[in-house]
Design a protein around this ligand. Structure first.
Ligand code: ATP
Ligand code: MG
Ligand code: MG
Ligand code: MG
Length: 470
């Protein structure tokens, strides 16, 4: 039966509170961890406890954690289930409960609390993990053909080449043949949307040394993660995460601004999904104190905003439009994440400034490109020079995908090899002058904004402190 995402989030957290876990508010998207740009999973803020570097105050914790994953950016809008920003529901055991508890708990939560059909579910386990397979078969009572053994890539987790690691077990939900990629090999474990991976249970039970030898850890840990958007799409029986109540108001508003209807075609659907996804990510990144820049988290923010604007252009949205969508981000997520309201004006100013600035870049770049396309065609060429494409990209910040698109509309291709060579030459120049620091493009406007909004950014840290640590 249909349930709102807000209810699923709350049900999850209270279920694990019943199991004795302390509920923590989501930690920041910017982790206190030099090895990571973003919080990519619910376990990230707890890493010091898993690694034994700090002693936790409690042994059981649960969170709905804001996450950003940039490795999935090209999947966004193309699969039903990948986002740059998403919420990960998790429960954690620091040397406390282990497989025998967590597997039946996860099963009971999904089948009894949430009411998912047990006949559509599969469990994957690591190929050597007889213990987990046995719990699925005998404690949960899953049929043998529903317990799938997979290899290292899917079902073995490690924080790095050396250190705590262990097998994992994932819960898949069969969405039916209509979701299949159609390959004859499509089966649980396939990367298409049919056997949707909803929950990953990680059993951190070994330490791996330099020689690759695994020794059992004295204290075994549990780390689980389930995407709220995916759980919602299954419960709400929609085709993709973008049709759940977490996204629908945002997607609908983007459609109405663009004058298209959702489902009208793959091109426009992709564009509205990318816009909706990237704007959510953007708003949360700014709320956690990130500002656009040319490196690190700020560069990711800038890239997401620019991608959103560019996909807007594909929908013929030529005037700034992102600001008009921010109320829908708030409508869907401000209730659990008050920072969206607290930093509302900063979010709006940053989005607007960046969008207008990029709009000008696009205009300048387009004019230049049109001239170049004209020259190329007049001289009988079929290909835009890689040098020109690179200069547009490097000097004007004009996305190369856009150059390709405009060229192909004019019947030209782009000299990719020349582009790559120009890029390589530029990198060499940069290496040669690596000692020289240069001001990032337009950093002044943001420095000013940051100055004006100084207390806002600062409050972010106070907020973290107020939450305390485990
Ligand atoms: P997939 O195979 O679908 O890419 P994953 O194996 O990379 O997922 P995990 O690292 O196991 O994902 O993360 C735990 C859970 O977080 C997943 O089971 C899924 O529910 C959710 N999740 C992971 N990546 C994303 C994403 N990009 N967008 C939304 N939810 C995600
Ligand atoms: Mg993935
Ligand atoms: Mg996976
Ligand atoms: Mg996984």
């Amino acid at each position: 039966q249909w349930q709102p995402a807000a209810k699923l989030r709350e049900q999850f957290l209270s279920y694990f509170e019943e199991k004795g876990s302390r509920r923590y508010p989501s930690f920041s998207l910017v982790p206190d961890d030099p090895t990571l740009l973003f919080t990519i999973a619910g376990m990230v803020p707890f890493k010091p406890y898993f690694l034994g570097l700090k002693t936790p105050e409690v042994t059981r914790a649960t969170t709905a954690q804001k996450c950003v994953r940039t490795n999935d950016i090209d999947n966004v809008g193309r699969t039903a289930r990948h986002h740059t920003f998403f919420e990960m529901l998790g429960n954690f055991s620091f040397g406390d409960y282990f497989k025998a508890e967590v597997i039946p708990w996860a099963w009971t939560f999904l089948t009894e609390r949430v009411g998912l059909d047990p006949n559509r579910m599969y469990a994957t386990v690591y190929r050597d993990d007889d213990e987990a397979a046995d719990i699925w078969r005998n404690s949960v009572g899953l049929a043998a053909d529903r317990v799938i053994r997979l290899g290292e890539e899917d079902n073995f987790w490690a924080a790095g080449p050396v250190g705590p690691c262990g097998p994992c077990s994932e819960l898949l939900y069969d969405q039916g043949p209509a979701f299949s990629c159609g390959s004859p090999d499509c089966a649980p474990g396939c990367s298409c949307d049919r056997y949707l991976e909803i929950w990953n249970l990680v059993f951190m039970q070994f330490n791996r040394d330099e020689a690759g030898v695994l020794t059992p850890l004295p204290k075994k840990n549990i780390d689980t993660g389930m995407g709220l958007e995916r759980l919602s799409s299954v419960v709400q029986q929609v085709k993709s995460d973008f049709e759940t109540d977490l996204f629908r108001p945002l997607v609908d508003k983007a459609c109405s601004l663009a004058g298209v209807s959702y489902g009208a075609g793959p091109g426009s659907d992709l564009a509205v999904r990318v816009i909706a996804d990237h704007l959510r990510a953007t708003a949360f990144m700014i709320a956690d104190g990130i500002l656009p820049s040319n490196e690190g988290t700020g560069y990711v923010l800038r890239r997401l905003l620019r991608r959103a604007v560019r996909f807007g252009r594909l929908l013929d949205l030529r005037e700034p439009f992102l600001l008009e969508l921010l109320p829908q981000v708030e409508a869907t997520l401000a209730d659990p994440y008050q920072e969206l309201l607290r930093y509302r004006s900063t979010i709006a100013q940053v989005v607007d400034l960046e969008e207008r600035r990029f709009g000008r870049t696009l205009e300048q770049g387009s004019d230049l490109l049109e001239q170049e396309i004209g020259c190329t065609k007049r001289s009988g060429g079929k290909e835009l020079s890689g040098e020109v494409a690179f200069e547009l990209y490097d000097t004007y910040g004009f996305p190369v995908e856009l150059t390709e698109e405009m060229c192909s509309e004019a019947g030209l291709s782009v000299d990719q090899k020349g582009f790559a060579q120009a890029m390589e030459r530029q990198k060499e120049r940069a290496r040669a002058s690596s000692k020289q620091t240069c001001a990032t493009m337009g950093s002044n406007a943001y420095t000013e904004l940051a100055d004006r909004q100084g207390p806002t950014v600062f409050l972010g840290y106070e907020m973290e402190e107020a939450r305390g640590t485990v």
